[in-house]
Write a protein that binds this ligand. Structure first.
Ligand code: ZN
Length: 149
């Protein structure tokens, strides 16, 4: 029987981003949306994941005011200038970054509906790097779902 969506597709790719030291917040919505468009998936999911224990992914309205508000809120939750057991043990000075990363989490799943990410108009996907040195970050995008034949 012929159905509207009949081919299941699952594709992965890795995006790379250069970050600066401190809490760097990067809007990665466009490259993720491009992967969704290229896949041709009509109904499914985009799983976005960053390997590493000092970065995180979330969504936010990407405007400088609220981005600053988020950075300051995170600073209040896990302040940089505090004693961390991780730093005493490893001496790399980024205990705060590991704690922040664990609290926000490394991944997001965004539904794909009608061939597009089901994000709100003022909702962008952001990669946040908390580490205390510039990094080259990888973001794995895995799209899966049903494609029109
Ligand atoms: Zn560390």
């Amino acid at each position: 029987m012929e159905t509207k969506y009949s081919v299941f597709v699952c594709e992965s790719c890795t995006l790379s981003f250069s970050t600066t030291a401190g809490t760097d917040v990067i809007d990665i919505t466009r490259p993720v949306a491009e992967k969704v468009a290229e896949s041709g998936i009509a109904e499914g999911q985009a799983l976005v994941f960053t390997p590493g224990s000092t970065a995180a992914l979330t969504t936010i309205e990407y405007e400088s005011g609220v981005v600053r508000d988020l950075i300051e809120a995170i600073e209040r939750i896990a302040p940089k200038d505090m004693d961390y057991r991780h730093d005493a043990r490893w001496g790399d000075g980024n205990g705060y970054a590991h704690v922040r990363s664990a609290l926000l989490g490394p991944s997001l799943t965004v539904p794909i509906t009608n061939g597009r990410l089901a994000l709100g108009t003022w909702q962008q996907i952001v990669l946040i790097d908390f580490d205390n040195r510039p990094r080259k970050r990888q973001v794995v995008v895995q799209v899966s779902g049903l494609k029109s034949r």
